[in-house]
Design a protein around this ligand. Structure first.
Ligand SMILES: NC(=O)c1ccc[n+]([C@@H]2O[C@H](COP(=O)([O-])OP(=O)(O)OC[C@H]3O[C@@H](n4cnc5c(N)ncnc54)[C@H](OP(=O)(O)O)[C@@H]3O)[C@@H](O)[C@H]2O)c1
Length: 328
């Protein structure tokens, strides 16, 4: 089982919010050395930290880092980037650039460091995914994290033979520069990193570092509306044509679509808040209505309120997923 005590850890994207915490907590757990890699490495004022240049989209810099960090026993594939705008409108070269950083970069790092880890006894590879690996949002970001999740699962199988422990980490909104523009509840990066390292040291294959990730995974097997309440427009368009007297029918509709429970309300608010780095929270009537439903719980009464509000404000038309999801 991987222990950080006396390990040699390499962190990509080490200057970022989670990266900095991965460096600090590795040291706190007894790592002998930490390679804090970045496109522009900084000084860490700690002789256990070795700053190294590593751009995950530049194979030459990855090869150089692997050659210079030959004693590495734990690799943290943490570097990643957000996306702006809707996928459907994003120029393909921009989509490719996000995939280069979030998918091909971690693969390239894994390829370069697998022999290093093997030589040092197997070690561990940690890939930082997202709750959005399992919950699509507008923009390119969530699909890159879905791809990385699958990559990790493949690498786990392929590297088992050399004794490398491969961990996939999932987390929801966390308070780092990546989410600086988003007005949503965010986890503390210290808690997320502690959960990832706890899972690594416990021998887990996968770490669900917060309630959001646990909730999203739990709901993967439910009908799609559980994860995408914006798809409920089919229900609300029906409700908009009904009066409040039809409460029974309303309940029936909601049960049919499986839309119950506080967690669904929470997911609704999160899905509506916009993807990581993709824009600001919509302040329109629909968003306010959904926010209220998330506070109250996603039940028949609040959804009826939504229908009534939309009817009274003249917004009877069912919204598209995009209109429901961000203010861009
Ligand atoms: N914060 C969240 O809510 C959240 C949620 C789920 C998953 N994540 C994931 O957590 C990881 C860390 O993100 P964070 O929240 O700590 O964001 P962050 O503070 O923006 O850090 C991301 C780091 O990745 C680095 N990076 C980007 N492209 C790179 C490249 N081509 N080569 C090397 N480094 C590169 C950035 O380097 P520069 O400093 O040079 O720009 C930055 O230091 C990412 O993979 C992210 O997708 C974050």
């Amino acid at each position: 089982m991987t222990q950080l005590e006396d390990s040699v850890v390499l962190v990509t994207g080490a200057n970022g919010g989670l990266g900095t915490e991965f460096v600090r907590q590795a040291l706190a757990r007894g790592a002998r050395r930490v390679y804090a890699t970045a496109r522009k490495p900084r000084d860490w004022d700690d002789n256990r930290v070795v700053p190294l240049v590593l751009d995950v989209t530049d194979s030459a810099s990855i090869a150089k880092a692997a050659a210079g960090a030959g004693d590495t026993t734990v690799v943290l594939n943490n570097a990643g980037t957000g996306a702006r705008g809707r996928l459907i409108d994003t120029p393909l070269e921009e989509v490719r650039a996000i995939y280069e950083a979030n998918v091909f970069g971690p693969i390239a790092v894994a390829q370069a460091f697998a022999p290093v880890l093997a030589k040092n006894g197997g070690g561990a590879l940690v890939d930082v995914h997202s709750a959005l690996s399992w919950l699509a949002t507008p923009g390119a970001y969530s699909s890159t994290k879905a791809a990385l999740w699958s990559v990790t699962n493949t690498l786990r199988l392929e590297l088992a033979g050399q004794g490398t422990h491969v961990v996939g980490a999932h987390l929801g909104y966390t308070d780092t520069p990546l989410t600086a523009g988003l007005d949503v509840d965010k986890a503390d990066p210290r808690d997320i990193v502690a959960a990832v390292y706890d899972g690594l040291e416990a021998g887990d294959h996968e770490v669900l570092a917060d309630d959001t990730s646990r909730w999203v995974k739990q709901n993967l097997s439910r009908p799609l509306n559980a994860l995408y309440p914006q798809l409920v427009h089919e229900v609300t368009s029906v409700l908009a044509r009904q009066s409040l007297d039809h409460e029974e029918q309303t309940l029936g509709e909601l049960r049919r679509y499986g839309i119950f429970g506080r967690a669904a309300g929470l997911a609704a608010a999160r899905a509506l808040a916009g993807p990581l780095g993709c824009g600001t929270v919509r302040q329109g009537a629909r968003h306010r209505a959904i926010s209220r439903t998330s506070r109250q719980s996603w039940g028949a009464t609040s959804t009826t309120e939504l229908a009534v509000q939309r009817r009274s404000s003249g917004r009877g038309r069912p919204g598209s997923a995009t209109a429901w999801s961000s203010g861009r």
